[in-house]
Every structure is written in C-alpha cells, then in structure tokens.
Design a protein around this ligand. Sequence first.
Ligand code: IVH
Length: 656
Amino acid sequence: MSYKDYLKLIDDIRYHDRLYYVLHKPILNDEAYDALFQKLLEVEKEHPEWVVSSSPSQRIGELPSKGFAEVKHGSAMLSIANTYSQEEITDFWGRMQKVAPVDAVFAELKMDGIAVSVTYKEGSFFQAATRGDGIHGDDITANCSMIASLPLKIVGAPPLLVLRGEVYMPHDSFKALNHERELAGEDIFANPRNAAAGSLKLLSPLLVANRHLAVIFYGLIENKAVDYQHEVPEYLASLGLPAMPDYKLCKNVEDIMAFAEKVHKQRAQLPFDIDGIVIKVDRLSLHDEIGYTGRCPRFAIAYKFQAASAETIIKAITLQIGRTGVITPVAELEPVLLAGSTIARATLHNEEEIARKDMRVGDYVLIQKGGDVIPKIVEVIKEKRSVNSLAWKMVLHCPSCGELLLKDEEGVAVRCPNSKKCPAQQLERLSFFVSKDAMDIENLGVKVMEQLFLKGLVKHFSDIYTLDREKLSTLSGFKEKSILNLLAAIEKSRKASLSRLILALGIRHVGASTAAELASLTGSLEAFRKMQKEDFRGIEGVGEVVAHSLASFLNDPDNQAELDLLIINGVEPLQKAPARTDHLFSGKSFVLTGAMERYSRSEASELIEDRGGRVGDSVSKKTDYLVVGTEPGSKFAKAQKLRIRILTEPEFLQLL
Ligand code: IVH
C-alpha cells in the first residue's frame, strides 16, 4: 500500500463514519466496516511514520462502539398482533369471551412513533430505553431528557414507576425540520416516524432538543394504582404525564368499530401520525390470566389502517410528452400494493426534482399516497443502491421528434418547442380533443386514436369529422357494429357545446372553467374566433398569461384554418340558452372534489352552469358550495376550515 492509498483509506473510513454517526444511514455492514478499520490499524503498524493525527485510529477511544449503552428491560417490551380486518376484530372479541369473563375492552390510538420504556424513581426521571429486541434496548435517557413533554420530576408517584409509551414527532416539528434540511441541501425524512427514529439516534442530546419530539404514555408496568386500562389515561394525567388524548371503553364489537371509524375520519386533522387503534382487555387482572403467544399478548390487538406507504424499485425512467410539449419523467415501478390499489408508475415531476432526490434506475424507493390520488416517491433508500448505478440525465432532444428541448419560462419544466409537428404532442392533443371532458366522443379511446394517427387517417382535429366506414374498417378490431357506434358518437359530437369545443382546442392555460366563461360570454364560435387580446381582459379568471395565450392561438393562421375546416366538416357547437337566473344555484360559486357516482366532473359542471352557477378550481372564502364525491381531496379539509357549505352527492342531486 502506498502513502496515497493510506490517505484514501482514511477518507473512506471518515466517509462511512459520517454515514453511520451523523446521517444514520450506513451502507456498510459491521463486518465490512471492521475490515476497513482493521486494515487501517495494520498499515499504521507497518508504517508508524505515516500515521496522521486525524486518522480515525487516533480517536478510537472516543467513538462509542454502538453509540448507546444497553439496558435490560425489567419486563419484556412486547409487540402486538396486527390486523386490517374487521372480521378478525370480531374473532378477537369472541376469543376473549371464551378465555375469560371479558365484558369490556379499551380502545385507544395507535401512535406511529418509536416505543419507549421510561422509568421514574422517587418521582425523578431515571431512565429511558428503546424497545430493541424486546429484552434489551438502547439507553436513550440523555436524549429523552430533551423532550419537553416528558416531565423530569413528578409529584405523587410511587417510588418506582415504569411506563410504556411512544416518542413521536408532531407534524409541526416534522415540517419545520424537513424545511430546514431542504434549505441546507440535506436529505429530508420520509415521514415523522423516520424523523423521530433518526432523532433518537443522535449522539448529541443538544441536537435532539432542536428536533422538538414529544411523548405519550399508554401503559403502566406492575402498577398498584389502577385496576382497569380505562383508568390509565386519567391516572397518568393526574401525575402530570402526557397521556392518550382519545380513547373509548367498548362493550361490544360495534363500539370498537364506531371508535375506529371516528378515529379514521379524524386522522388527517390530528397533529401527529397514528396508524390505527389498539384494543386491550380493560380489566388488568385478566391480562396475565389470558396470557401471551410468543412475543405478543393475547389480550390485545392492533386494528391498523391501510398503510399509506410502500417500498418498491424504479425499473425504468421514461419520458411523457404532454399536449403542450412539456416533458415529464415518469418512474416505471415494480408494481406494489399501496392503500388498496396497485401502483406501477409515479411522476418524477422534472429534472431538478430527480437531481435533488438523486433518484436512479434500479433504486429502492419509498412511495406514499398523500392527500391526492397520485402516489409520489418520498425517499430513495440509498443503502440499497447498487454500486453500478448511474445518476439520471435528461435527454437533450425530444424523444418523439428529435427537436432540441428548451427550458420553460419558469426554468423548471423542459419543453419540446416543435408544437405543431411533434408527433407525440399531436397525438396527445388529439386524444384530449376527443376525451370525456372535451368533445366526449365515446368509443374513441387513446388506443384507437393512436391507430388512426399512425395510419395517417387523423392528423388534425378536423380529420376526425372526415372519418367514414371505409377508413374505420382498416382499424384492427373494428367490425360493422363498432364502426357504426363510433360514427354515431362522432356525429353526436358535432353538436357538442361551445365550451367543450373551446376546451378541446387545447389552448395553453385554458381549463374547463375559463372555457365555460368564454363560451357564455361570446355565445358562438364565430364571435369567439374574432376576439382580440383586449377583449379577454376583464373576463373572470383571465389574467395576462391566459389572455396572451388565447390571443396568440387565435392570431395563428393555421389555427384559424383549422377552425374553418371544423366548420366545413360539420362541427356546429351548440349555442346554449343563457344560463338561468331563477335557480337556487344562480350566481353561486361551486367547487367539486372527489368522484361522483352519477355524473362525471364535466357533466356536473354543465348542470351547475345551466342553472346559472359557476364552477371554480379551488376553494376560497368566495366559494358557496363544495360538492364532495368519494375520496375527496384536500379541498374538503380546506372547505371545512373555511366553514363552506358542503354538499354530498345525494344533497346535490336533490338541490338540482
Ligand atoms: S400496547 C402489551 N398501545 O405499537 C401491548 N402499543 O406492536 C404493548 N403502540 O411498538 C403495546 N400506540 O410502541 C400499545 N396505544 C398503544 C400504542 C402502542 C402505539 C406501538 C408500540 C409497539 C407497537 C405494538
């Protein structure tokens, strides 16, 4: 080994020390690390003249071998049987009746944090330990002494008080911490639980203080103070200890389910993460009688809510070209079940986002469903990364047409500027034109449109209206019946509403509500086509950017020629009767969230607009009604906060 290699070895070890001690994300296992260290010691023995004072070997005495001292739990820290099924809760209840005279169970929140055992001696905080393997844990007394909600002294406690509870990171602390880390260019934590675990592992208690952790206790070991689990929260609170904020004494399975449902509904509003409820036999004297199976008590069960995050692998990163030319990288994932649905793709947003999180093909990643339906990658598990992996790079040319890509005005998105000729953009625009929200041509899905486009039968919107029996018969899978159905659907769309047509044109920044506003203002395609930039000013929801986009669309001779062809080919957008003014909805502003059973979003919007109402995209103080379907998004919470009138689907139908 040369002197240069020796210095390199020191650097390597420092790098791994940092990963282990500072970032808590080691990539080497203990043996591999020990081997490196052993090599260092050997070299230094052979070449004492090389040894530098900053060599890791020189401070070996200071490095804690494992970071924390070991603690043996006086009474094992058990884990608990989990279930996601209501049936198994019914089974649990039945089992309990059989083994003991159980007339009540206690249900409380299942905190999603890190289990701790905390001991007070003579009223003073004495020790805190992690669960570890259940028998031995890490001594985290110093770190826990930094948790503000953990009292260092309590009055009225027995000489020895051993508590079980959970250290967690409240949402506020979590947000602030990740924000700080992001600014500092550090990796952010995927969720409050990981953040709490990472914080408890810090070797400097002063750093822990900055993490603003909290603790809640739910159990008493060998206590003489209470006879029932339901007395625990009150007893703990009387000692000034943080106790479970929500619980219920349940006399039957219905009580348990009602509590679970209530908690599940309130989950998003809680200031901390929970992952379900825990159900325990209420009479404590029965616990030992009922007994244990392996490492789990038989007298308790956790009823968990579906996990909202899962681990999977990025198989490939593909590029999606939108109808406005924006190129979006997409992660093709190893399919994984997440909160009840199988996820195989996740958007990666843009190049910067990929670089910031350093996401690579082959990486193991944690995906999560937030308030919205689209899953996102929240963390790259770098420990599992292959040494051969390469950083991802954005291509320079459009994968569809080969045009040099440009950065968007905002400097984040990458766009293919070849908007008229880029095949991918053309196809996306055509697919949007016929989609349910736009011209709503049934039986003309993405796959059929792709065939029509590739065969050269449809290149422009107006070509759709030249399709006939003969052309359609060349499509694979198209027989007499399907041809007739499609022709009928195309025929019907000739009379689509003006707002649908304006939306279908795919003008940048013009969404459904702007299109509806323009249609009701102009009343006809002829009038719309003649509008100038000045005319757009002062229209509700039309700012400078939208006005500019509309004007440049209408000033483009190709677009005007296309509108001519649409008219020549028989497209005659329906002029709607002026909106009513006598309906309950007239003049009122609506926002829709979630999926309705009876109507699509655009159908519901149309119904509202026909009655003189307006449909906006986001909830504000000016919103009169929020119509909620199933799986509502974040708008629901916002509307509740602003105390906006909420209509369920049946209520909406009735008011219609
Ligand atoms: S009781 C004797 N109650 O869930 C049963 N555990 O596997 C011991 N947890 O690591 C657990 N909230 O840290 C119980 N209200 C609660 C809980 C709870 C969270 C954690 C606990 C343990 C895991 C159970």
